[in-house]
Ligand binder design. Structure first.
Ligand code: PHE
Length: 593
C-alpha cells in the first residue's frame, strides 16, 4: 500500500514541560472563562461543580490518556494515526475526519467570541466604561432630583425585591419538569386566546394529565407569589427605616447600576449584532492564530504558550485577589463550593459531562495531534494528570474571579455570554481609574486563553494537509485558516438583523451561532470521545498500548482500561440517548420522588 510519507523529521515539542503547557493552553479557553462560570450559575453552583469534577476524573482524564496515547503511538494527526498504528487503512480514521469537521465548526463560532474579546480589550485601553459611567451617574442624579420621594422609594423597593426574589423563584421553578412547564404554557396560551375563559378552563381541565401539570405549576406560582409578598414586606420595612439621606443615596446607586448595566448590555448587543464588525475582529484574531501555527510546533505554538500561559495564570490570580476583597466574595465561595442538592436538576449532570469534553479539548483529536508531536514514551499518566489539573484549576479560579464581582454588584450568575461582556464591565465602570487596568487585564486574558485554544483547533485541521498531503506548514495554516474564516461568516452575522440568517432562530430558540456550538459540543465531541474510548479500550493492539504505558503503575493502567472500556462509554451513551429524547432524566428522577 502507498503510505503517505510524513515530512522528515517530524515536528516535535522542545520539552515535556512545553508539551504540557501547550496542551493545557488548548484546554484552557473560553470554555473555562465564560462557559463554565455561566453553566455553574445556571445549575445552582456547588453540587454541579462536584459532579463536573467527577466527570473530569472518570471520563475526561481516561479519554485524555487515550488521545495522547494514540497520538504518540501513531506519530500522525488523527486521520493518519489509526492507519499508522494498524499499518493499513481502516474505518477508525473516521474519528479523524469527524474531528476535522468539528474543528471547523468549533472555530467558526470560537473566533467570533475571541474577536469580541479583542474588541473589548482595545475598548478597555481607551477606557470605554468611563463615559458610560459618567452618563449613567448624571442620569441617576437627574432621576433623584426630579422624582417624588414616593417614586424613589417605590423604585428602590422594586429593585431590591426583584433581586432577592430571583434566586428563590428559580429554586421553585427548578422543581418543574420541562414537560410540565411546556404543557402549562400551552394551556395558558389556549385560555388567553379563548373568549369565555372560565368555560375554556373547565373544558381543558377534563384531561387528567393536563390537570395534574397545571395544578403543579399553579402550586409553584403560588409559592413564588407568597415569597414575593414576604420579601416585599421585609424590604418595605427596611426601606422605611432609612433616613432620607440614606434612601436617596441607596436609590441613586441602584439607579446608576441599573443604567450602567443597561448601557453595557446595549453596547454588547451592538457589538454582537454588527456582523461586519464581528467578522473584522474574527479575521484579525484568525490572522494571529494563523501566524502562530505557521511558525511551527516548537517555535510557534510551544513558544507562544510558554509566554501566554504563565501570563494568563498571573492575570487570573490578580483578578481573584481583587475579588477576595469584594463584599460578595463569601457569597461567591459558598455558591461555588457548598453543594445544595435542591438546586440541581438531573439534566445538569448531563450538561456537566458534555462540558468535560469541551473544556479538556477532547473528542476531536486536538490532544491526539499535540501528542503526536511527542516522541517520548514516558510519563503519559503524569502529563495527562497535569493538563487536567491545570484546566480544572483555572475553571475554578475563573469562578472565583467572576462570581464575587457578579454578587457584589447585585447581578445574577446566569447571564451566559453576557456574564463576561456585560457584568464584568459593570464592576470596571464603578472602580474608576483602577477599573480600566482590570478591564484591560480581564479581556486581554480572555483573548490569550482563546488564542492558545484556537491554535490547537487550527493545528488539527492544518496538520492533515501537512502530514497526509505534504503541504508546507505556512501554506497549510493559511489555507485552513482562510477556509475557517469563510465558515465563520454565518456565525459572525448570525444575530445581525440584516443578514439572511436573521430568521434562523424562529420558534426553535437557537440562532445559527448557538446551533454550531450545540452541534459540536453536545454531539460531535461526546460521539468522538465515545469512539476514542472504545478504540483505546477494545481495539488498539496491546503491544502498541503497552509501549506507551511502560512506566505507569499496574493498578493505574488497569483502572484506566476499565474506565475507557466500560464506564466512559456507558456514561456517554446515556448522555446521547437523553439528547435524542429516548428518555428524559428529569422525568425519571421526578418519578422516584
Ligand atoms: N478546550 C477549549 C476551551 O475550553 C475549547 C476546545 C475544544 C479547544 C475542543 C480545542 C478542541 O475553550
Amino acid at each position: 500500500m502507498n503510505q503517505p510519507t510524513p515530512p522528515v523529521p517530524r515536528a516535535e515539542w522542545k520539552s515535556r514541560f512545553g508539551f504540557v503547557l501547550a496542551a493545557a493552553g488548548s484546554a484552557v479557553g473560553l470554555g473555562n472563562i465564560w462557559k463554565f462560570p455561566y453553566i455553574t450559575g445556571e445549575n445552582g453552583g456547588g453540587l454541579f461543580v462536584l459532579i463536573y469534577l467527577a466527570c473530569i476524573l472518570l471520563i475526561g482524564l481516561p479519554i485524555m490518556i487515550a488521545e495522547i496515547m494514540i497520538g504518540r503511538a501513531g506519530q500522525r494527526q488523527p486521520i493518519g494515526a489509526f492507519e499508522a498504528i494498524h499499518e493499513k487503512k481502516n474505518a477508525w480514521s473516521g474519528i479523524g475526519w469527524m474531528g476535522v469537521v468539528a474543528g471547523f465548526i468549533i472555530l467558526s463560532f470560537y473566533i467570533v467570541v475571541a474577536g469580541w474579546a479583542m474588541d473589548y480589550t482595545l475598548k478597555s485601553v481607551v477606557n470605554f466604561t468611563k463615559p458610560i459611567e459618567a452618563t449613567a451617574a448624571a442620569e441617576a442624579d437627574s432621576f433623584i432630583a426630579s422624582a417624588s420621594k414616593d417614586e424613589i422609594k417605590a423604585f428602590l423597593v422594586e429593585t431590591k425585591v426583584a433581586h432577592e426574589l430571583r434566586p428563590k423563584q428559580s429554586l421553585f421553578e427548578s422543581q418543574l419538569t420541562k414537560q410540565e412547564s411546556n404543557s402549562y404554557d400551552r394551556f395558558a396560551a389556549a385560555i388567553e386566546a379563548a373568549e369565555d375563559k372560565q368555560e375554556a378552563r373547565r373544558r381543558l381541565l377534563t384531561d387528567e394529565d393536563l390537570k395534574r401539570d397545571v395544578r403543579k405549576v399553579e402550586e409553584i406560582n403560588k409559592k413564588v407569589a407568597k415569597a414575593k409578598f414576604e420579601i416585599s414586606n421585609q424590604v418595605e420595612r427596611s426601606v422605611n427605616v432609612l433616613t432620607e439621606r440614606q434612601l436617596l443615596a441607596e436609590a441613586k446607586t441602584a439607579k446608576r447600576r441599573a443604567l450602567i448595566f443597561d448601557k453595557m448590555a446595549t453596547a454588547f448587543i451592538n457589538t454582537a449584532t454588527n456582523g461586519w464588525q464581528s467578522l473584522m475582529w474574527a479575521a484579525l484574531f484568525m490572522m494571529v492564530t494563523i501566524g502562530v501555527v505557521a511558525g511551527g510546533v516548537a517555535a510557534g505554538i510551544e513558544r507562544a504558550c510558554r509566554i501566554l500561559m504563565p501570563t494568563l495564570f498571573a492575570l487570573i490570580c490578580t483578578m481573584v485577589l481583587y475579588g477576595a476583597f469584594q463584599p460578595g466574595f463569601a457569597e461567591a465561595i459558598s455558591f461555588v463550593f457548598s453543594p445544595d442538592p435542591s438546586k440541581l436538576k438531573a439534566s445538569g449532570v448531563l450538561e456537566a459531562l458534555g462540558h468535560a469534553f469541551f473544556t479538556l479539548s477532547l473528542g476531536m483529536g486536538a490532544m491526539m495531534t499535540y501528542g503526536s508531536y511527542q516522541s517520548s514514551k514516558e510519563a503519559l499518566l503524569q502529563e495527562s494528570l497535569m493538563i487536567t489539573f491545570l484546566d480544572t484549576l483555572i475553571a475554578l479560579l475563573a469562578c472565583m474571579m467572576i462570581f464575587p464581582i457578579t454578587f457584589s454588584y447585585g447581578q445574577e450568575p446566569t447571564a451566559g455570554p453576557g456574564l463576561v461582556f456585560m457584568s464584568m464591565p459593570l464592576a470596571f465602570a464603578e472602580i474608576g481609574a483602577g477599573g480600566m487596568l482590570l478591564s484591560i487585564l480581564f479581556f486581554g486574558l480572555l483573548f490569550f486563553a482563546a488564542l492558545t485554544s484556537a491554535m490547537s483547533l487550527l493545528e488539527v485541521v492544518a496538520s492533515y494537509l501537512i502530514d497526509q498531503k505534504n503541504w508546507t506548514r505556512p501554506s497549510a495554516a493559511l489555507a485552513t485558516g482562510l477556509l475557517t474564516l469563510a465558515v465563520a461568516v454565518p456565525a459572525a452575522f448570525s444575530s445581525d438583523a440584516d443578514s439572511v440568517l436573521a430568521n434562523w432562530k424562529g420558534d426553535y430558540g437557537m440562532d445559527f451561532f448557538d446551533t454550531m456550538d450545540h452541534l459540536a459540543s453536545n454531539w460531535m465531541l461526546p460521539l468522538g470521545g465515545l469512539f476514542i474510548a472504545v478504540y483505546a479500550g477494545w481495539v488498539m493492539p496491546r503491544r502498541v498500548q503497552e509501549a506507551e504505558v511502560k512506566d505507569m503503575p499496574g493498578w493505574a493502567f488497569h483502572t484506566w482500561l476499565w474506565l475507557v472500556r466500560i464506564v466512559a462509554p456507558a456514561l456517554v451513551i446515556i448522555v446521547l440517548l437523553q439528547k435524542v429524547g429516548v428518555f428524559d432524566i428529569d422525568e425519571i428522577v421526578a418519578g422516584f420522588r
